[in-house]
Write a protein that binds this ligand. Structure first.
Ligand code: GAL
Length: 768
């Protein structure tokens, strides 16, 4: 089978490009340079009930709800709900008229993600069905478009757990929700257009790096004979400046994945690293007869990333990986959060939890999230959808095609250092995984593959043995290149309001794993289960259908184990001092709890209570391989009064924390993640709130119901009132379509009301 056939077979029978362009053989005379992109997120009409004829153009949808993408087909409680609530077939309809400049082009509709199977009609004609909720898909609208009048796009969205589509067929420990939950746009391109682009930096560590540009062209090739050869021009930009430009011929005989252009003589390049994630842009122009017929661009970086027999190396230096798994689900709206909120998760992981790698368990995640990982210097292991179960031959074809779509969409991200090409924790399947590996390697020879399994006797077809090892102690590495991709998780669920013994043990279990991973260079590091608590099915979780496996809660607020992760950063980046205990809850401590934990990256602590002073060193005896071992201190005979903890670095006091002994809720603290949103109907930000003692320490057992009063052009996503969870919580504010000021007043029944103000800036209208 040649490469072209191989790639085609990977995407067999999915129907996304099923239509032929009968009669479209003339290149349009008026085609302007580049492509036209028309965001199409607003003005959708939605109904959870199907009706006779609801895909037909003339159907009266005036009674449908008007919705904006990202959209959840069903708002749900934040926990304790039946997943059947969102598992139904719904209908979305969208009218549009094409602007004059789209004439004479091919027009595609691009869906970044719709859960789970989408049948798409244009003007009453079925274009096909795309099966898969986590991967992008497109339909060619061209032959059925009405260029002069209104067009009607209808999407029948099946959000049930269809056993013919990954990850379904068995049971899964997470929820998939429903809705068109990622962006939609129309893309108008020339008859011959750039279909995919792969940017491959070469010899990155040398003095003369270069960039190979691979381009697959789509559309109708016939005009090629009439207008001369097709060329690809590639231009490298850094901080808006052009660095170098070159062109190559795109003739049909060329193997589709061979580079078309090699950009050389770049001069010195700024490498992408964790500390300084430098980004470049590659602009690709398709040129025919001297005219630019299409243009596309990708942001990328120069870095060398490799799993070796002595750990993971970035730009030739070993980096011990300290990571967490992330589910992309949120309270109340499932997966339907816009770019800003996706990006915020990456910031929380990198800046608050201070990890250096995230695994997108168990599916490709939002492009906005990955963009943020690029910008923040957060490494990524991205994997295909799936959980334990492998389906029949057609199911496997979809899964191989998921690899194709994931790699094609994301290969430019410098943050991604490993492709996960197995169904998480599935049995071995030699032929299937030979195909998934080959697909990833062919499309992207620059990156290694992994495939997450849970038993060491599994056949290694990948470059890196990626293994969920929940046991203790960890198994020794059984392959030279070895990465632990899950630990802790269900073996120690921990709620934010659990007793201090459990919160402390939660820290210890994460700490001991990272400590063991630090003991042997062959462990590339570890990715703990998991970053955030998540909604799940009734056969998993803690009785309220939540897996409390996160080091942060479902609102992305840290538990003490989250502070442990944070404390592992270099003090030059941030000085951390976080006691794992609530000093005022000392009466709660069980007799065995004679060692309290303080997570800190200081090198010495001084604990002062009245005239009692305890000097403490990091617990290097228990955790010799951690960069910053937690401090274990015996506080049993310490008098019961306010505590002061001072943190020292090289003899200098660098931080101080005071802990109250009073046991009173003294402060109500409210903050917004952002003070500006765009009035595009979807842009959102989180409002966090907590009850604290007089020094600002979280009061975990505070239980008030917080009421919200919202003024201005926004909508509240969340419970109102909201009953505090572990003394804290969050809601989100979603912009509507008007600019102005939103005032969110949060009212605590005893501690009073606080206001946050958010400016809602105008957003340009959608053209269509
Ligand atoms: C793993 C699985 C994860 C999650 C975790 C809970 O086996 O891969 O998705 O269910 O267990 O600890």
């Amino acid at each position: 089978m040649d490469r072209r056939d191989f790639l085609k077979n990977g995407g067999a029978a999915l129907g996304a490009f099923a239509l032929q362009h009968a009669g479209l053989t003339q290149a349009p005379a008026n085609a302007a340079a580049g492509r036209l992109l028309f965001p199409m997120n607003r003005n959708w009409r939605f109904s959870a009930q199907r009706a006779e004829g609801d895909t037909a153009p003339g159907f009266d949808d005036s009674h449908f709800e008007r919705v904006t993408i990202p959209h959840t087909n069903k708002p749900v409680p934040w926990h304790s709900f039946d997943e059947k609530l969102y598992q139904f077939v719904s209908i979305y309809r969208r009218r549009f008229r094409l602007p004059a400049e789209a004439q004479g082009r091919l027009v595609f509709v691009d869906f970044d993600g719709a859960m789970t199977a989408a049948k798409v009609w244009l003007n009453g004609r079925l274009l096909g069905e795309y099966k898969g909720g986590y991967t992008p898909f497109s339909f060619d609208l061209t032959p059925l478009l009405d260029w002069k009048a209104e067009n009607i796009l209808a999407v029948e969205l099946d959000s049930t757990e269809r056993p013919d589509i990954p990850p379904f067929g068995g049971s899964i420990d997470y929820l998939t929700f429903g809705g068109i939950y990622r962006d939609v746009r129309l893309r108008a391109v020339a008859y011959t257009f750039i279909d995919s682009l792969f940017i491959r930096p070469v010899d990155v560590m040398s003095n003369s790096p270069s960039v190979d540009v691979v381009c697959q062209v789509g559309g109708d090739q016939i005009p090629a004979r009439q207008e001369g050869p097709l060329m690809l021009e590639a231009e490298l930009l850094y901080q808006g400046r052009s660095i170098v430009k070159a062109a190559g011929a795109l003739d049909a005989s060329r193997p589709p994945l061979d580079p078309v252009v090699r950009l050389m003589n770049l001069g010195p390049v700024e490498r992408w690293s964790l500390e300084s994630p430098q980004l470049y842009t590659l602009v690709a122009r398709l040129i025919r007869g001297g005219r630019v017929v299409d243009e596309d661009r990708r942001r990328f970086g120069f870095r060398q990333a490799e799993f070796t027999d002595h750990g993971f190396e970035l730009n030739g230096k070993v980096v011990k990986l300290r990571g967490l798994d992330r589910h992309q689900t949120f309270p109340w709206v499932g997966q339907a959060m816009p770019a800003r909120v996706q990006r915020r998760d990456a910031e929380i992981l990198r800046r608050e939890l201070k990890i250096n790698i995230v695994r997108t368990s168990h599916y490709p995640q939002s492009p906005a999230f990955l963009d943020a990982c690029d910008e923040l210097g957060l490494l990524v292991l991205e994997e295909i959808p799936g959980w334990n179960h492998i389906g029949d031959a057609a199911w496997k074809d979809i899964s191989v095609d998921n690899v194709r779509r994931m790699v094609t969409r994301d290969a430019h991200h410098p943050s991604i250092v490993l492709w996960g090409v197995r169904i998480n924790e599935s049995r071995d399947d030699h032929d299937f995984y030979t195909r998934t590996n080959a697909m990833a390697h062919q499309l992207d020879p620059t990156r290694q593959t992994g495939g997450i399994r849970d038993h060491q006797d599994s056949e290694l077809l990948e470059d890196v043995f990626t293994m969920n090892d929940f046991g203790w102690p960890l198994l020794p590495p059984n392959h030279p290149r070895y990465l632990n991709t899950e630990f802790c998780g269900h073996t120690y669920p921990t709620k934010p309001y659990d007793a201090v013994d459990r919160l402390t043990e939660h820290i210890r279990r994460h700490a001991r794993v990272h400590n063991q991973l630090g003991s042997n260079p062959q462990y590339a590091g570890g990715i703990g289960w998991c970053a955030f608590d998540y909604d799940t099915h009734g056969n998993f979780g803690s009785g309220d259908r939540i897996c409390y496996h996160g080091v942060s809660d479902i609102f992305r607020l840290p538990k003490p184990a989250g502070h442990f992760y944070r404390s592992q950063c270099d003090p030059a980046e941030d000085i951390v001092l976080e006691p794992a205990f609530d000093w005022s809850a000392r009466g709660d401590w069980s007799a065995e709890m004679n060692h309290s934990i303080i997570c800190s990256n200081c090198d010495r602590l001084k604990i002062v209570v009245r005239d009692r002073v305890i000097e403490a060193e990091p617990d290097r005896a228990t955790y010799p391989n951690l960069p910053h071992p937690p401090f274990q201190v015996d506080l049993e005979r310490v008098p019961y009064a306010d505590m002061r903890i001072e943190g020292y670095l090289a003899g200098q006091k660098v931080v101080e924390r005071n802990l109250s002994s009073r046991g009173l809720d003294q402060q109500f603290i409210v903050a917004a993640d952002d003070n500006q949103l765009r009035a595009d109907g979807a842009d959102s930000t989180r409002i966090t709130f907590r009850v604290a003692d007089e020094y600002g320490n979280l009061r975990r057992y505070a239980t008030a119901a917080i009421r919200f009063h919202v003024e201005g052009p926004v909508q509240l996503i969340g419970d109102n009132p909201f009953a505090l969870v572990g003394g804290c919580g969050a809601v989100w504010i979603r912009a509507q379509f008007s600019a102005g000021t939103a005032v969110v007043r949060a009212i605590h029944p005893a501690l009073g009301a606080l206001e946050v103000r958010i400016q809602i800036a105008p957003a340009p209208a959608e053209r269509l």
